[in-house]
Ligand binder design. Structure first.
Ligand SMILES: NC(=O)C1=CN([C@@H]2O[C@H](COP(=O)(O)OP(=O)(O)OC[C@H]3O[C@@H](n4cnc5c(N)ncnc54)[C@H](OP(=O)(O)O)[C@@H]3O)[C@@H](O)[C@H]2O)C=CC1
Ligand SMILES: O=C(CO)COP(=O)(O)O
Length: 345
């Protein structure tokens, strides 16, 4: 059994700690809040984030050095905007070799970097090839209740991907492996933009047809950008692609869907974020993807529309009208070319 530090005690860090504790590992759940650590240790609940009781053997820490003492694996689960800060501190403290698995879903605006690239930049002596990403259709609320869930762990280091699979795998948490770090990270990050769109569509009162269109054309957009950035397009048909799109675009558990729903009902971004109280990763990732699409001339009309709603106060109804009235085109034209180019290279 392994000693594991889970860094980030929000919904997902807590749910993943439960999976690891169920598997018999020694789990330290680190939070940047002393009060929260004390509350978790005394009540075995983390009720701002999850309703369920936490196994007593999970120990919460607010001292990062103490949490990391003697661990073999570090699971990073803070919001993307906190990854650099946490890795900077990790870099200062970690002396023994550890394996790093991250489960955060975002892209940094400005630099347009994925989470594994941020980790790589902040950690002096850690190989990019050894970073593992865990992603897939997995609402924390359901994982914490041990409901059947499937995810993928990806690393260029095949042995580390298999070790991560072993660490998390159990009868209600099925884990696949992959070597497509770019595809798995982009699938998880970009689906949040489309989930905002699905929430907006529901908030406007549109039906299943509109949502199915968003999911499908959203997948085309994700595949287009992802393949441009070096991902294996097949990854987008897998759990961290279409799987995660379905789970976030169709569920009230999704914070991105919920935030979109409020936007569709007429609230502005500041009001929505105040009300959410949890991370809505799609907001920053929409900014990053919009910047990228504009700079590299990659066609991302849904992302562009959502960016305009979030950052330029465009009315959701006007954006839908613009999307519906774009030039007529063939459904698969550019995607077919993209795939053909990739496989005939
Ligand atoms: N929830 C889910 O079902 C899933 C989430 N994810 C991803 O996991 C990541 C984390 O999400 P999730 O746990 O849901 O988010 P939550 O909003 O539930 O929790 C975020 C946690 O991170 C903490 N935090 C914020 N800033 C910092 C910082 N600078 N240093 C240390 N801790 C910090 C927050 O602390 P505080 O309480 O003080 O704000 C909180 O404990 C995201 O990238 C998300 O996309 C992936 C799959 C499923
Ligand atoms: O990524 C998730 C499920 O796989 C959670 O999505 P939200 O961040 O929208 O809640």
């Amino acid at each position: 059994m392994s000693k594991v530090a889970v860094l980030g005690a929000g919904s997902w860090g807590t749910a993943l700690s439960i999976v690891l504790a169920d598997n018999g590992h020694d789990v330290r759940l680190w939070t940047h809040s002393k009060d929260q650590a004390e509350k978790i240790n005394s009540t075995h609940k983390n009720d701002k984030y999850l309703e369920i009781m936490i196994p007593e053997k999970i120990k919460a820490y607010s001292d990062l050095e103490a949490a990391l003492n003697g661990v073999t694996d570090v699971v990073l689960v803070v919001p993307t905007k906190a990854i650099r800060e946490v890795c900077h501190n990790l870099n200062r403290i970690v002396k023994n070799p550890v394996r790093i698995i991250h489960a955060s879903k975002g892209i940094e605006p400005g630099t347009l970097k994925r989470v594994s690239q941020l980790i790589d930049e902040e950690m002096d002596n850690y190989n990019y090839e050894d970073i593992v990403v865990l992603s897939g259709p997995s609402h924390a609320e359901e994982v914490a209740k041990r409901q059947p869930t499937t995810v993928t762990v990806a690393s260029i280091n095949e042995e580390y991907a298999k070790l991560a699979q072993e660490l998390f795998f159990n009868e209600s948490f099925r884990v696949y492996t992959s070597n497509d770090v770019i595809g798995i990270e982009l699938g998880g990050a970009l689906k949040n933009i489309i989930a905002l769109g699905a929430g907006i569509s529901d908030g406007l009162g549109y039906g299943d047809n509109a949502k199915a269109a968003l999911i499908t054309r959203g997948l085309a957009e994700i595949t287009r950008l992802g393949t441009y950035l070096g991902a294996n397009p097949l990854s987008f048909l897998g759990l961290p692609g279409v799987g995660d799109l379905i789970v976030t675009c169709t569920s009230v558990h999704s914070r991105n869907w919920r935030a979109g729903n409020l936007l569709g009902k007429g609230k502005n971004l500041d009001e929505v974020l105040d009300q959410m109280g949890m991370v809505v990763e799609g907001v920053r990732t929409a900014e990053a993807a919009y910047q990228f699409a504009a700079e590299e001339d990659v066609e991302m009309p849904i992302t562009t529309g959502i960016y305009q709603i979030l950052y330029n106060n465009q009315k959701p109804k006007d954006v839908v009208e613009q999307l519906m009235n774009r030039d007529k085109r063939e459904e698969m034209d550019d995607l077919a070319t993209l795939l053909r180019n990739r496989y005939t290279r």
